[in-house]
Design a protein around this ligand. Structure first.
Ligand code: PEP
Ligand code: MN
Length: 347
């Protein structure tokens, strides 16, 4: 259930409503907006009796039953888009954010060269895996702490923020010392111990859709993060497994508008993992802008044929520059449509 209080309801009324909810055996999770307080009600109890009682309680504007099993990430809970705030940068607002960098951090030269180049081309966040989830145990597993230190160096040199994957709840505290955004990889979307730990850690988190996960499952995993204390969550469509073999995965482009309809959380697209082939990355990136994604995360490598992971889908630096140029007219249209949305919401 979600209880929306009247605008500027006094604290005494809010406290009384929370007390009543607890009497029904539920837990309370309230969010204070500028005008009103919205109370999320979680747990097991007599929904109908609780709703009827709350509807008649002073200060309550609306009490609604939520059909979706996810509450805090749903549009019913919060109609306005949520902004992800990362050290001064906002995702989900009026700027289309591009994150770019190699699949894996491989060497100082590789990460510094890529960071300088993607920053100059307009990327705002540097990606690079220091902990790599690989299908084969014999493949490169990542530089780990040394990789995190190189990312930090690249950040200092370029001013780019850092996004990097954390694979285990044991590594959360260490990765959080270096990452501005903690990436949960597709294979870990339902690693609930990791999600809980990231909920408590409080750093912004990027949650990638699992290879075979439904949109509902993705939102349930996002709910874990929020329910455990972290509302700074960014969703990412990165392709799903289907019968098609022409691309590495099948890019579920409709996931972006579907997520925008169901959730207030910002959504980005990863065209690189979605298609697995560098020649297709620009077309899917344009599509992401057109369907209203809040940004992109793109793999870029100074020498893709020598990359230790995902070389085939990594853009070269000149190709990334070309992509950023090519996206400009699409991003202008995107900005117009965001501005119209803001204007419509203000009426
Ligand atoms: C990655 O970003 O390099 C990665 C491993 O992504 P995913 O978890 O989407 O496969
Ligand atoms: Mn990769």
């Amino acid at each position: 259930m979600i209880i929306s209080m009247r605008p500027h309801a006094p604290k005494s009324e809010i406290d009384y409503v929370c007390e009543r909810i607890r009497e029904f055996g539920y837990k309370v999770h309230s969010i204070e907006g500028e005008e009103r307080v919205v109370i999320g009600v979680v747990g097991v109890g007599d929904v109908t009796a609780c709703l009827e009682s709350l509807e008649a309680t002073p200060g309550v504007e609306r009490a609604v039953r939520i059909s979706a099993p996810y509450k805090f990430v749903s549009k019913e809970f919060k109609k306005e888009r949520s902004l992800m705030r990362i050290n001064g940068l906002e995702i989900g607002g009026d700027e289309f954010i591009v994150m770019a960098g190699p699949c894996s951090v491989e060497s100082e030269r590789q990460i510094m060269e890529t960071a300088e180049a993607v920053a100059a081309a307009g990327a705002r966040i540097l990606r690079g895996g220091a902990y790599k989830p690989r299908t084969s145990p014999y493949d490169f597993q990542g530089m780990e702490l040394d990789g995190l230190k190189l990312l930090q160096k690249a950040k200092q040199a370029t001013g780019l923020l850092i996004i990097t994957e954390v694979m285990s709840d044991r590594d959360v505290d260490m990765v959080a010392q270096y990452a501005d955004v903690m990436q949960v990889g597709a294979r870990n979307m339902q690693n609930f111990a990791l999600l809980k730990s990231l909920g408590r850690c409080g750093r912004p988190a990027l949650l990638k859709r699992g290879l075979s996960a439904t949109i509902k499952e993705l939102l349930m995993s996002a709910e874990y993060l929020v329910a455990h204390g972290n509302s700074n969550v960014l969703l990412c469509e990165r392709g799903i497994r289907t019968f098609e073999t022409a691309t590495r995965n099948t890019c579920d482009i409709s996931a972006v508008p579907v997520l925008n309809e169901l959730s207030h959380l910002p959504v980005i697209l990863d065209p690189s993992h979605a298609v697995g082939k560098r020649s297709l990355v620009p077309a899917i990136s344009r599509a992401a802008v057109a369907v209203g994604a809040d940004g992109l995360i793109v793999e870029v490598h100074p020498c893709p044929e020598k990359a230790v992971s995902d070389g085939a889908q990594s853009l070269t630096i000149p190709q990334f520059r070309g992509l950023m140029q090519e996206l400009k007219p699409y991003i202008s249209l995107w900005k117009e449509s965001r501005a119209r949305e803001v204007a419509a919401a203000a009426v």
